[in-house]
Design a protein around this ligand. Sequence first.
Ligand SMILES: Nc1ncnc2c1ncn2[C@@H]1O[C@H](COP(=O)(O)OP(=O)(O)OP(=O)(O)O)[C@@H](O)[C@H]1O
Ligand SMILES: [Mg+2]
Length: 469
Amino acid sequence: MAKSKILVVDDDPLVCDSLKELLLLEGYAVDTAPDGQVAVTKVKGDHFHLIISDIQMPGLNGMELLKELKGVEPDAPVIFITGHGDIEGAVEAIKQGAYDYVTKPIDDVRLKLTIQRALEQRQLLRSLNDLKKRLKPWDVQTTITFRDPKMAQLLELVHTIADTQATVLITGESGTGKTLLAKYLHEHSDRKDRPFVKISCGALSETLLESELFGHVKGAFTGALRDKRGKFEEAHGGTIFLDDINTASPSLQTKLLRVLQEKCLQRVGGNTDIQVDVRIICATNTSLQEEVAQKKFREDLYYRVNVVGLHIPPLRERLGDIAPLAEHFIRRFNLLHRRRVKGLAKSALQILLRHPWPGNVRELENVMEQAVILSRGDWVVPESLPAFLREKPLSPLPQTENLTLDEALALAERHILQETLERCHWNRQEAAKILGISRTTLFNKMRRFQLFGHRTRGRSPLSQQSPPA
Ligand SMILES: Nc1ncnc2c1ncn2[C@@H]1O[C@H](COP(=O)(O)OP(=O)(O)OP(=O)(O)O)[C@@H](O)[C@H]1O
Ligand SMILES: [Mg+2]
């Protein structure tokens, strides 16, 4: 653990110096400030675990400092030094949220104990908040369910890089588990006890987003009534997860580049550099490379962001995951909805395996929640599944009576090609992979069979998919 850092604020240089000496001997890192204004500036540019301050000071006094600190370093306890007899001031300070006070002349032993207790309490509160955030009744820790070798390989890579500082870019279609993977990565890194802060770059207007990320200073814009820390500072020591990074505006991209390069930022409207120690994980469901090619995304930022790339394949490319995921969701929703569903009937699994899952794991999760709620018996059976999955008829092979063998085979081949292409939303690369042929071969066959329709509805998927072992 790094040393706890304390800021001592007093207009009397003698008090500052003697306290500094005392605290250094106790093994703390110490900085001093001669008044409240300087203290605020220092806190904005650095992070302190605790602040010791005189109440009576010229300029910004102790109480005003306390108010300012709430916007900048809200977790740091403040201990006040009061003149002998100024009990009223001390009581008021505690009411306003100070941790405790010590009276002059300062009793070293009492001060040391007060500091120790304050730091312990701060640590406890932080752990408690962290726990609360993580604790959901049905999900105590972040777990990733998988059986498919593609996911096994991906997670192996995740564990290899978890403890490094490397910036990570997670790619994958919507609902594949990007946010979950980011959280998992954080929880398996040595930053796991520090904050995991998540923000979507697409959710807010440009100005609001920049202020959310970098904070702002009082008066930076209408409504900025006081200084505010941004998400980057909140994540100090931990991880920040920038979702939908592809939607970042050019101005935001420039600022992100600076944080990545110099580990340094300025609050909106401010001009003080603030150092931050943050691991950055980004996610996108579009191809950033394409955005770079179209000049929508800075190339230099792309390389900074994509130090390690983690691609989560769509669910339809890891059919092996469907059964374990479905079982996992059954267990989870049993707890949430007080059900006792035992598992998935084979016939129901067959239906799940045939669906192309355009909404990926999130879609499967929704389907299983409904199924658990609607199940009347012990097992999820086809009837428990939503109609749109069930009603899709299995498409039989075309009639081949009266055809020569060559003709029948050609008809069957065309049928299989069409079904596979539809399942992959006419993505030829994917279809070729599933069929085990090259893209050129697939293209030639498509030409031969005149398969260039883009129908994606009303046809059923391949019926020959067998469930995983
Ligand atoms: N391998 C998995 N094991 C268990 N749950 C999973 C898995 N993958 C995804 N989920 C669950 O599926 C849901 C969707 O995942 P998540 O939100 O991480 O997807 P996403 O890729 O971030 O989606 P979006 O692109 O919309 O942001 C979540 O509830 C998540 O917990
Ligand atoms: Mg997400």
